[in-house]
Design a protein around this ligand. Structure first.
Ligand code: N01
Length: 529
């Protein structure tokens, strides 16, 4: 059996950077990736309109300053093909593909007490042994297909947005159903509407949206950014959101109604997630949150001609931003088209998928194609899908039945030498993902280097440190409005999944400081042997 220093699972932004750093340290590492090539999220999510909601100039690696200058992002927010092209370019430049075995899914990993190694098995029958196992499997990579009666009986074409066909899909002249109105549904619906002859959107929950304000890259913005790239990266690294931060902050409840209006107009005209960043009380004071939510609903009512449709599209059942905000480019306007119909699943729930369409409580919609924009088993799904057996033989999936527990979002008690990149308990999904990924990967790299230097063969979170961390993550989330929504952050989208708020809400800077303090303190909260 091949013996290695490390196995890296996943060839997205995380896995590629991890592999690069391990190789730079002179360690032997093997990567496994289920896809045919690199890209991770950006390899699989090829649905029409797929685009990053973080701005292109900040959604890229910071460790390649020459590439920062050379790379041309055509738009304010990059489309999926542009991001994939960037990742492919990095993989080629750093010769990272040679470290990965593609079209290979890791199915099991077992810790060997005798020599502090992991034996990793793949669906193709490979077995390798390595000191470290690094799961760079992504937070939103395990697609969630809804459990609807008759789902397999449909005779038309059915697609999940997270597993989109590589050649694309032409919906021209077709009657299409889209189920789901999260970020993905909201990005894809205007594009599908442009092709379909009839489009039926099945909505269970209206989501809060902000205007994306996408457009061609402004050359002045690009020039300015590029002239200060290292400064911008440094600011992002030490910011709450892992992104470039606003110049100043305001407390909504301290503003007069006129000041508030001016401030809301300002952030709305900037668009994107900037609408969230400058407000200190948005996510903690429901009165402030309600004011922003009211303002956003006003925009929807102004955009949509049919008042009943407008009301259905106004998010009302959860505070603004407590589910992942969606960035809107032409989404609401789609409903002004005569061939686009909104079906409210609260009044007419789906009963079944039939061979010819979607049956709801008061009728049947005949369609040629169904698009499931129904999201992911987020943060834990890709980890619990693998039979990861720790030192006592316990499977990670079983250890997490009551919700994920770990230390720093990086390490699980009972699972020595296992690292999770952007795992539950980390800020990841509440930040610019690439900034968080870099922090995690660099921390793991430093930890591995320290173990190698000390001649240690094993590192493991203590149950006490893990319990304290989990409590801290829960307590800080409970001090915000986040847990008030039935979101994937809390596992609410997956029937039977434990309801535990998973992301770390205190931001990347605070998280980085805590992780660095642990490392500076000789890996406090871990046992090293
Ligand atoms: O998934 P979602 P997504 N019957 O879970 C509905 C990231 N992302 O793929 O809200 C009917 O948000 C469900 O309804 P409800 C981003 O972090 C990033 O859209 O549960 N409906 C909801 O409307 C995002 O948050 C980018 O009531 C059902 C929808 O399906 C994350 O990916 C771009 C249903 C699922 O929404 C996931 O977004 C796009 C059922 N049985 C996405 N089951 C970037 O910018 C589910 N739904 C990088």
């Amino acid at each position: 059996m091949t013996r290695l220093d490390a196995v890296v699972v996943g060839a997205g932004f995380s896995g590629l950077y991890m592999m690069h750093l391990l190789r730079q340290r002179g360690l032997t590492a093997q990567g496994f990736e289920a896809g045919k090539d690199v890209g991770g999220t950006w390899y699989w999510n090829r649905y029409p309109g797929a685009r990053c909601d973080s701005e292109s100039l900040s959604y890229s690696y910071s460790f390649l300053p020459e590439l920062d200058q050379a790379w041309k992002w055509p738009e304010r927010y990059a489309e999926q093909p542009e991001i994939l092209k960037y990742i492919e370019h990095v993989a080629t430049t750093l010769d990272l593909r040679s470290a990965f075995q593609f079209e290979t899914r890791v199915t099991a990993a077992t810790f060997n007490e005798a020599d502090d190694t992991w034996t990793v098995e793949t669906g193709s029958g490979d077995q390798v042994t390595a000191r470290y196992l690094i799961m760079a499997t992504g937070c939103l990579s395990k697609p969630n297909m809804p459990d609807i009666p008759g789902i397999d009986s449909f005779r038309g074409d059915a697609f999940h947005t997270g597993l989109w066909p590589h050649g694309g899909v032409d919906f021209s002249g077709q009657r299409v159903a889209v189920i789901g109105t999260g970020s993905t549904g909201i990005q894809s619906i205007p594009h599908i509407a442009n092709q379909a002859s009839q489009l039926f959107v099945f909505q269970r929950t209206a989501n809060h949206c902000v205007p994306a304000r996408n457009g061609p890259m402004d050359p002045v913005v690009e020039r300015t950014y590029k002239s200060r790239y290292s400064h911008m990266r440094e600011k992002a690294r030490h910011s709450m959101a892992g992104d470039v931060v606003p110049e100043s902050y305001v407390t909504i409840m301290k503003l007069s109604p006129q000041e508030r209006r001016k401030e809301f107009n300002r952030v709305w005209s900037q668009g994107g997630f900037y609408t969230q960043y400058p407000f200190t009380d948005l996510m903690t004071d429901i009165r402030a949150n309600d004011l922003v939510a009211d303002y956003s609903r006003e925009h929807i009512r102004n955009k949509i001609r049919n008042p009943r449709t407008a009301e259905l599209l106004c998010a009302k059942d959860h505070p603004f931003g407590t589910k992942r905000l969606c960035a809107d480019t032409g989404y609401f306007e789609s409903y002004n088209e005569e061939h686009v119909h909104l079906v409210d699943l609260n009044t007419t729930p789906i009963r079944a998928i039939t061979p010819t369409g979607v049956e709801v409580s008061d009728g049947h919609y005949e369609v040629d194609a169904i698009v499931y924009a129904t999201g992911f088993n987020a943060m834990t799904g890709a980890l619990t899908a693998v039979d990861i057996r720790g030192s006592s033989g316990e499977i990670l999936r079983d250890a997490w039945t009551g919700g994920p527990v770990n230390y720093l979002g990086l390490s699980v008690a009972g699972f020595p030498n296992l690292f999770t990149v952007t795992g539950p308990g980390s800020p990841s999904v509440l930040t610019n993902m690439v900034s968080s990924i870099e922090q995690h990967v660099e921390w793991i790299d430093r930890c591995v280097a320290s173990l190698e230097e000390r001649g240690a063969t094993r590192i493991e979170a203590t149950p006490e440190a893990q319990a304290t961390w989990v409590q801290y993550v829960n307590d800080t989330a409970d001090a915000t409005l986040y847990p008030q929504a039935n979101s994937w952050y809390i596992g609410a989208n997956i029937p039977g999944k434990a309801r535990v708020f998973m992301p770390y809400v205190d931001g990347l800077k605070d998280y980085r400081d805590r992780c660095d303090a642990v490392a500076d303190d000789g890996y406090a909260g871990f046992t090293v042997a």
